[in-house]
Design a protein around this ligand. Structure first.
Ligand SMILES: Nc1ncnc2c1ncn2[C@@H]1O[C@H](COP(=O)(O)OP(=O)(O)OP(=O)(O)O)[C@@H](O)[C@H]1O
Length: 307
C-alpha cells in the first residue's frame, strides 16, 4: 500500500493547562482540497502548526510521507508548503526578491531557483508585479504571494490557515480558484470558520469543535448528514399559531413576528404542500417560503446530538 501523504495519530496539544487539541487522528492519501472547519478557537491553527512543524505537540505523532515530523523536521518540511494565518511576507522586498529568498531558505539547488520563481509567479498570477514591493500590493495580491511562497519548492502537500480571511468578495473568488488549481496535482488542507468556504472548494470536510473531530466525510455526505429541519413561512394574512400547529406534518410552530413563522417538520415536502394547499383554501397569502439554512453553531449542536 502507498505511504499516506500525511498521517496524524492521536494528536493532542495543551497550552498551559488547556487542551486545545484532543486525540485527533487522520490520514490523507489522495489529491484534492481538504477543509478543516471550526469556529474561532476550535483548534484549527494548532493542528496546522503542528502538522507543519512550527509547533511541537504535547502528545501523538505526525508523519509526512512516513517521515516523523519531530524526529526529522528538515526532511519532513521539504515535502510541505505552509501559508500561516498571517502570511510571512517581507513588505520591503519585491515579489521576485522575496520568492527568490524563500527558495533559498527552502534549500533549493541554486541553478533551479530562477526557473522555480518564474513558474510560481506565473501560476499565482503575480508575474506582472514581479518588481513591485510587496508592501504596495493589495490584500488579494499579497495573499497570492503568500501562496506562491508555500508552493515554490513544489511540495506534494500544502497547508493554508484561513487563506481567504480578510479579503474582499472578488479577491475571495480569485483565491479560491487559485487554490483549486493548485490542488489539481497536490493535496491541500485549508482551515476556515466559514461554512460556505468548505462548500465552495473542498472535496472532503473535517469539522472540529473544542479540539475534537466531530465530522469527517465528503461534501456530499456532509450535505446529507446535516439536513435542515425547519422552514420559514411569511404570510400576508396568517392563521393563528394554534391553527398552524394543528396542521398535519407540523411538529412545532413558532411566531417570529405577526406574519412570519418558523415551522419544524418531519417531512419538508409534505409540510410545504400542505401549507400551500391551506393557504390557497383559506387565503393566508404566502409571500415567502424557505428552508432554514444552518449556521455553524446549529451544525455543531446538531452533530453533538447525533453522537
Ligand atoms: N499560544 C497560545 N497560548 C495559550 N492558548 C492558546 C495559544 N494559541 C491558541 N490557544 C488557545 O487554544 C485554543 C485553540 O486555538 P487555535 O488558534 O488552534 O484555534 P483556531 O480554530 O485556529 O481559531 P482561530 O480561527 O480563532 O484562529 C483556543 O482556545 C486558543 O485560545
Amino acid at each position: 500500500m502507498e505511504t499516506p501523504i500525511v498521517s496524524v495519530r492521536h494528536l493532542s496539544h495543551r497550552y498551559n493547562v488547556q487542551w486545545a487539541v484532543n486525540d485527533v487522528s487522520f490520514e490523507l492519501s489522495a489529491r484534492g482540497v481538504y477543509g478543516l472547519l471550526g469556529a474561532n478557537g476550535a483548534g484549527k491553527s494548532t493542528i496546522m502548526n503542528i502538522m507543519c512543524g512550527v509547533l511541537n505537540q504535547t502528545k501523538g505523532d505526525v508523519f509526512i510521507k512516513g517521515i516523523d515530523m519531530l524526529a526529522q523536521p528538515v526532511a519532513a518540511k521539504k515535502l510541505i508548503g505552509f501559508l500561516p494565518q498571517t502570511p510571512p511576507l517581507q513588505s520591503e522586498l519585491t515579489v521576485e526578491e522575496f520568492l527568490t529568498h524563500c527558495a533559498r531558505i527552502r534549500l533549493m539547488p541554486k541553478n533551479t531557483i530562477k526557473a522555480a520563481v518564474d513558474e510560481v509567479m506565473q501560476k499565482c498570477n503575480v508575474a506582472h508585479f514581479s518588481r513591485r514591493l510587496i508592501g504596495n500590493l493589495s490584500g488579494g495580491y499579497q495573499q497570492r504571494v503568500g501562496i506562491a511562497q508555500a508552493i515554490i519548492h513544489r511540495p506534494e502537500f500544502v497547508v493554508m490557515d484561513e487563506p481567504t480571511n480578510g479579503l474582499d468578495p472578488n479577491q475571495i473568488i480569485e483565491i479560491r480558484t487559485l487554490i483549486r488549481e493548485i490542488a489539481e496535482d497536490r493535496t491541500v488542507v485549508l482551515s476556515t470558520h466559514i461554512l460556505q468556504e468548505v462548500q465552495a472548494i473542498c472535496d472532503h470536510i473535517w469539522m472540529i469543535n473544542e479540539g475534537k473531530f466531530v465530522f469527517s466525510g465528503t461534501l456530499h455526505e456532509f450535505d446529507n448528514y446535516i439536513l435542515p429541519s425547519s422552514l420559514m413561512v411569511t404570510m400576508m394574512n396568517p392563521p393563528s399559531l394554534a391553527e398552524l400547529q394543528q396542521l398535519e406534518g407540523v411538529q412545532q410552530a413558532e411566531a417570529i413576528d405577526r406574519n412570519k413563522f418558523r415551522i419544524r417538520y418531519t417531512d419538508a415536502q409534505e409540510v410545504t404542500d400542505l401549507l400551500v394547499l391551506h393557504s390557497g383554501r383559506n387565503n393566508w397569502r404566502i409571500s415567502e417560503l424557505s428552508l432554514e439554512k444552518y449556521s455553524l453553531d446549529n451544525i455543531f449542536s446538531e452533530l453533538s446530538r447525533k453522537k
